[in-house]
Design a protein around this ligand. Sequence first.
Ligand code: UDP
Length: 382
Amino acid sequence: MTTYLACMGTRPEIIKMAPIYRTLKAQGEDVQVLHTGQHEEVAQALYTFFDMDPDFQIQLKRQTPTLSNLTAELLQGIDGVIDKVKPDVVLVQGDTASALVGAMAGYYRDVPVAHVEAGLRTGQHDPFPEEKNRELIGRLAHWHFPPTPQAADNLRREGISAQQIFEVGNTVIDAALWVKTQMDQDGASDALPAEVRRFMQDHAASRLMLVTAHRRENWGRPIQLIASAVGVLLRLHPELVVVWPLHPNPSVRADIQNAFSVLGAECRQRLCLTDPLEYPALISLLAHAHFCLTDSGGIQEEASAFKCPVLITRDSTERQELVEAGGAALVGTDPHRIVEQASALLNDPWAYRAMQVQESPFGDGHSAQRIADVLTCARSTH
Ligand code: UDP
């Protein structure tokens, strides 16, 4: 039996690692979960939902709010767990500090590292520091699991041996389809918190735009601009309803709430500002949404699994595949562009249909099995 140490700490990492955890466990492998504590508020509900309770947890002190301090704390904490577990493989996902430091700690202990969702690049400084994190993990990992041909090309261009690159799709699609199937069996509206459920029942015949904004580069003025565009859209389109799960940061929330203070009562009752949603609730809304307006990477990918068009409130994306397939458009944070593109999706059925991709470029729901196959085959010939 192989011992895996799955190292994760943020919402998207937990969601994208869960299908691999479940697949390896189902095959009888020993998978130890290390929670680094990077996202504390939302983590436990996700671990419980995926039946993946952490075996180890790092207690971050975060006395200084710098990346260097976080890195130092993570490195010590993860190294201590590697020393105890003595894993055969360290699994990391994506581009967070937890992923980079997990890869470093594995490398320093000479334990081979598997990088899930490898090869994403914007080729620019932003997103900072994620772009550099994933590049650095690319130098440290032994197995690279890019989700798409484009991501695999990026890795080859950086000189990584073709024998170490396995294009497998993105496990985010496995998770989203799995949750959707569970909800179809159990009743999807049960996943929604009461206020959102009531809101959706009151506006059952309307068209839903799901909005999220969490990227640090959009905090402040850009988020106010996004909110003002949403206000204009509500005024222009009486059939539109908006659900916006707000970022927990108080000043981000205040910016958004203030931007809507001038909205008339009729428009206001078609807007639902709510707390961050639990993952099944988010998927339930995404599966019903007419389209979404978001800066989230994971939501761009998940939306493609539900043929839901995406307007991306960024100037560049490392998920260019969906833009190229026609399922997403980069609109930045300029209110005119947002209003124009969103109005086209609401007014023009042809424009709408053109943005409904028939097949997600990010995966088919079987990525975790492919990863498990590569790892178990490599370990059995070790
Ligand atoms: N998500 C969630 N609740 C929310 C907003 C997002 O469960 O209120 C999920 C979403 O389904 C996706 C993941 O969080 O799987 C994306 O995380 P985030 O947007 O924080 O990060 P990114 O994907 O941009 O790295």
